[in-house]
Design a protein around this ligand. Structure first.
Ligand code: GDP
Length: 332
C-alpha cells in the first residue's frame, strides 16, 4: 500500500499539493497552465484538473453581467469585501471576449477592484487574452474548478454584457445576476430581452443621488417585465433589487438574496443544474476539439481558401462546401 501511495505522490503534479492548501501563487500558476495552448501544457492541465475534481463543487457559483459602466467592478469590490467580512472567500473570474480584438479589453484595461485584490480572502483573475469566446468560457470553467479546489467558497464569473458571453456565463454558474442602469420606460425596451430571460436576480445599480427615484421606478418596471417571462430556474421566482455600489446601499443585501435562492432551489436543484451543465460542457468540448482538429488538418487547409471564395461568390452552396471539407477531413 505504501508503494502505491509513493507512486501516486511522485506522479502528482507539483502544483497539486500547494493548490489544495489554498496557495494563491499555485492557483495563479495552475490557471496560467490551463490557459496555455501548448499541447504538453494541455496534457499536464488535464491531469491536474482530474486530480482536483474530487475537491471541487463546494462553492457558491455566481454570474454577474452588465454593460460597461454599469458599475460591475465597483459593485463586485464592495460585495466581495462584505463577503469577506462575513468570513467567506471569493474568487472573481472575468470573461471578456473583447480582449481578443487587440483594441484593448473592456474589463482589463483599468485597475479594477484594487482594495479587494489586496485581501487574502480574494483572488481576482482577468480573462485570458487572445482567445475566442468558446476558448475563454472553456478556460473559465476550468479556472472555477481550480479556485474551488483552492478552497474559495464563492466564485463570481463576471462578464461584459455584450454578445453571447452572458449565455456562456449563465451556463456555468448556479445563479445569474444582471446589473442594469436606472432607465425610463422607453429605455426599458432597449434592454435585450435575451439577457433578462437569463436573470435570477436583476439589480438596478446607481440608485443614489438624482438617480435614486428613477432606479426605484425602473426596478418596478423590470418586476412587471419579469412576470411575463418564465423563470430560468425551477423553484425560484426572479427578483429585482436596487443598489448603489458607490454608497454601498443594497450591496451586502445581495447575499441575502443568494441565500434565499439557494434555499429555494435546494441542494438537489443546484446539483441537477450542475449535472446538466457538465453534460453540455462535454459536448461543447467535443465540438471545439473537433473543429480545431478540422482546421489543423493538412488536406482541409489546402481546400479552405478556395472553398471560402467559391461560397462567397455564390458558386458553391455553403452546405456543399462544408461537405467537401468534411470529406477531406475524413480522408474520403
Ligand atoms: P464597470 O465597467 O461595469 O465595471 O463599471 P465601474 O465599476 O468601472 O463603474 C463605472 C463608473 O460608474 C465609475 O465611475 C464608478 O465610480 C461609477 N459607479 C459605479 N457604481 C456606481 C453607483 O452605484 N452610483 C454611482 N453614482 N456611480 C457608480
Amino acid at each position: 500500500m505504501s508503494a502505491s501511495v509513493a507512486t501516486s505522490q511522485t506522479s502528482a503534479d507539483p502544483l497539486l499539493a500547494p493548490l489544495l492548501v489554498g496557495d494563491r501563487r499555485a492557483l495563479a500558476q495552475a490557471i496560467t497552465l490551463i490557459e496555455s495552448t501548448r499541447s504538453d501544457h494541455r496534457e499536464r492541465a488535464d491531469g491536474l484538473l482530474a486530480a482536483v475534481l474530487p475537491h471541487t463543487g463546494k462553492s457558491v457559483r455566481l454570474g454577474i453581467t452588465g454593460v460597461p459602466g454599469v458599475g460591475k467592478s465597483t459593485l463586485i469590490e464592495r460585495f466581495g469585501l462584505s463577503l469577506i467580512e462575513r468570513g467567506r472567500s471569493l474568487a472573481v473570474l472575468a470573461i471578456d471576449p473583447s480582449s481578443k480584438r487587440g483594441g484593448g479589453s473592456i474589463l482589463g484595461d483599468k485597475t479594477r477592484m484594487e482594495e479587494l485584490s489586496r485581501h487574502r480572502g480574494a483572488f481576482i483573475r482577468p480573462s485570458p487574452a487572445g482567445a475566442t469566446l468558446g476558448g475563454v468560457a472553456r478556460r473559465t470553467r476550468e479556472a472555477m474548478l481550480l479556485a474551488e479546489a483552492a478552497g474559495f467558497d464563492t466564485v463570481i464569473v463576471e462578464t461584459v454584457g455584450v454578445g453571447q458571453s452572458e449565455t456562456a456565463v449563465a451556463d456555468m454558474v448556479d445563479m445569474f445576476v444582471v446589473l442594469l442602469l436606472p432607465a425610463g420606460g422607453d429605455d426599458l425596451q432597449g434592454i435585450k430581452r435575451g439577457v433578462i430571460e437569463l436573470a435570477d436576480l436583476i439589480v438596478v445599480n446607481k440608485a443614489d443621488g438624482d438617480l435614486k427615484a428613477t432606479a426605484r421606478r425602473s426596478a418596478s418596471d423590470y418586476q412587471h417585465a419579469l412576470r411575463m417571462l418564465r423563470s430560468p430556474t425551477a423553484g425560484w421566482t426572479p427578483e429585482v433589487t436596487t443598489s448603489s455600489a458607490q454608497t454601498g446601499e443594497g450591496v451586502a443585501e445581495i447575499w441575502e438574496v443568494v441565500q434565499r435562492f439557494n434555499a429555494a432551489v435546494g441542494e438537489k436543484g443546484i446539483a441537477r443544474r450542475r449535472a446538466e451543465q457538465a453534460r453540455a460542457w462535454m459536448w461543447n468540448e467535443v465540438g471545439e476539439t473537433l473543429l480545431a482538429d478540422l482546421r489543423r488538418h493538412p488536406d482541409v487547409r489546402k481546400l479552405v481558401g478556395g472553398l471560402e471564395r467559391e461560397v462567397e461568390a455564390g458558386r458553391t452552396t455553403p452546405a456543399a462546401a462544408a461537405r467537401r471539407m468534411l470529406q477531406a477531413f475524413h480522408g474520403r
